[in-house]
Design a binder for this molecule. Structure first.
Ligand SMILES: Cc1cc2nc3c(=O)[nH]c(=O)nc-3n(C[C@H](O)[C@H](O)[C@H](O)COP(=O)(O)O)c2cc1C
Length: 189
């Protein structure tokens, strides 16, 4: 069974769907749970940090990696076959696009990418077509980075927002493990 890092960033409104996607993946893969420091520690109106941490740990059956220090061995140990970042915030996308490594998730990505293995990003950000557009464009053009197909989640009220269709995450991951980007990249939901 392949081992997949499942890394969650602070798009809190997406946590329920992301955890459901993690449950689906856990049927076919060993999951290594990872959270950004923000995702790990922030209580919001969408739920308490502790309850989300516990849910992810229950799905994966092990403690969440949530510091740069604990994420660093992912590279040297070759721990993962692929790294999924779901949800991926505008913040983390921008850091990935520019080589900034100052969170557990960006450290996991950097460590994992040094082995040339796939990273699959599930974007969820209101500024995907504005402030984060350049970062997304850079990552679309980056070796070993693949996207979960995207849709405009509320074109009327949030015209710059894009969200990954997490129902397509298993197919996007399978494609990425075979070195392919799942198509179509943009879908209607
Ligand atoms: C309630 C709440 C909801 C948020 N939702 C999102 C979101 O959907 N997408 C996003 O890119 N950032 C969102 N943010 C902002 C991120 O949490 C913030 O940029 C944070 O620095 C992300 O850190 P990370 O990328 O290391 O997880 C939200 C913040 C809060 C408090």
């Amino acid at each position: 069974m392949k081992t997949i890092g499942f890394a969650m960033c602070g798009s809190f409104c997406t946590f329920d769907k992301a955890l459901a996607a993690a449950e689906t993946l856990a049927k076919d893969y060993n999951l290594v749970p990872i959270m950004s420091e923000t995702a790990y520690a922030t209580d919001t109106r969408f739920g308490d940090a502790e309850s989300f941490r516990t849910r992810l740990e229950t799905v994966a059956g092990q403690a969440v990696i949530h510091t740069i220090k604990s994420a660093e061995p992912i590279g040297p140990s070759g721990m993962l076959d692929a790294l999924v970042i779901a949800p991926a915030t505008g913040n983390t996308l921008s850091k990935l696009a520019r080589g900034i490594t100052d969170t557990a998730v960006t450290m996991a990505a950097k460590a994992h990418l040094r082995r040339g293995k796939p990273v699959v990003v599930a974007v969820s950000t209101n500024d995907a077509l504005s402030g984060s557009a350049e970062s997304i464009a850079r990552l679309l053009n980056r070796k070993h980075v693949y996207f979960v197909p995207l849709y405009q989640d509320d074109a009327t009220n949030k015209p710059n927002s894009l969200a990954a269709d997490l129902g397509r995450l298993p197919a996007a991951l399978a494609a990425a493990l075979a070195g392919q980007q799942l198509q179509p990249l943009f879908v209607c939901n």
